[in-house]
Design a protein around this ligand. Structure first.
Ligand code: OFO
Length: 178
């Protein structure tokens, strides 16, 4: 059993993960509109990852006998000035999500909620990867190509090969993924 405060905080985190998915879907639509199919693909994979993050919390709440209560999802931004702006917005967004996960972890520690602490550990690790992924693409864009021209075309092609590594069906138990 988890506290009411933890139940509410985890519900809010579901909303943040769903918003992340919504934001990345908007970025995917924007990149598609700009002819950047690889970027669009990368962001659609990211959308699926965020849905998975949300559903893991949803499932955890059910396992704890706490009913998930879904909140309204904010409208995301719909266009950006350049591919680099999209990437930088991604990194900034992930930093906000990391702070939110850390705050949840602090709460679990304060409440001596060992189950939630163990559950949240997966997200702490995942956020390191989320920030790294965005930062790595920004670095590659900066170092090798600038934000336009043939280099951008090559990076776009590369991003198109990003595989989906999480389950996209949420029927049944969700296993721990890396
Ligand atoms: Fe759910 O990690 Fe990104 O936001």
């Amino acid at each position: 059993m988890i506290s009411e405060k933890m139940r509410q905080a985890l519900n809010e985190q579901i909303n943040k993960e769903m918003y992340s998915g919504y934001l990345y879907m908007a970025m995917s639509a924007h990149c598609n509109d700009q002819g950047l199919e690889g970027f669009a693909h990368w962001y659609m994979v990211q959308y699926h990852e965020e849905m998975f993050h949300a559903m893991k919390i949803y499932e955890y709440l059910l396992d704890q006998g706490s009913k998930p209560v879904l909140l309204a999802i904010e409208k995301p931004q719909e266009s950006w000035d350049s591919p680099m702006d999209v990437l930088k917005a991604t990194l900034e967004h992930e930093k906000v999500v990391t702070a939110s996960i850390h705050s949840l972890m602090r709460q679990a520690e304060e409440e001596n909620d060992y189950a939630s602490r163990i559950f949240l550990q997966w997200y702490v690790t995942e956020q390191v990867e989320e920030e790294k992924n965005a930062a790595d693409i920004i670095t590659r864009m900066e170092i090798s190509m600038g934000s336009n021209g043939p280099g951008l075309y090559m990076l776009d092609r590369e991003l198109k090969s990003r595989p989906v590594t999480i389950p996209t069906s949420f029927v049944g138990p969700l296993g721990a993924e890396d």
